[in-house]
Write a protein that binds this ligand. Structure first.
Ligand code: FAD
Length: 116
């Protein structure tokens, strides 16, 4: 790909955005307040409007209509997001991610401590 310092392409932007979204979900409260839920919902519903890859944004908007964001808890949100990411993976012909490994990937790191 292009060297660092160039504007991000769709792939770099996607990696950065997934990193932000999965990490944010990993630290979302177990028992969110109504305000926390509303804010998370607004963040997710803003993406189809503001995300600067237009076809990504349009498809994501259709997907979140089909499967409404579950902002009821950390676990529910992380799972919902994993499924959304897998929908995009499938569309792009990428491998599906095992959603049981979401915390290991985005919060705890592997048990061998290699991320510590
Ligand atoms: P990414 O898909 O960016 O994933 C990064 C890392 O997340 C992976 O290495 C893996 O460790 C982990 N991961 C993978 N799947 C999951 C999962 N299901 N749950 C948790 N963690 C996971 N690109 C397009 O070309 N067309 C599109 O229509 C499009 N739509 C997008 C819509 C959204 C909302 C976003 C955020 C991105 C979109 N992208 C789209 C970008 C695309 O999803 C990838 O980010 C990009 O292709 C780079 O892929 P990657 O292989 O580096 O890994």
């Amino acid at each position: 790909g292009p060297p660092p310092g160039c504007p991000p392409d769709v792939e770099q932007l996607g990696r950065a955005t997934w990193t932000f979204l999965h990490t944010t979900a990993a630290y979302y409260p177990d028992k969110p307040t109504p305000t926390q839920r509303a804010n998370m919902l607004m963040l997710l519903r803003s993406l189809p409007i503001v995300y600067p890859c237009t076809w990504c944004a349009t498809d994501f908007g259709e997907e979140i209509e089909k499967s409404k964001p579950d902002v009821s808890s950390r676990v529910a949100l992380s799972r919902w997001l994993c499924e959304q990411h897998n929908t995009v993976n499938e569309k792009l012909g990428k491998e599906k991610f095992d959603c049981a490994k979401t915390d290991e990937r985005w919060k705890d790191g592997p048990a061998d401590g290699s991320c510590d």
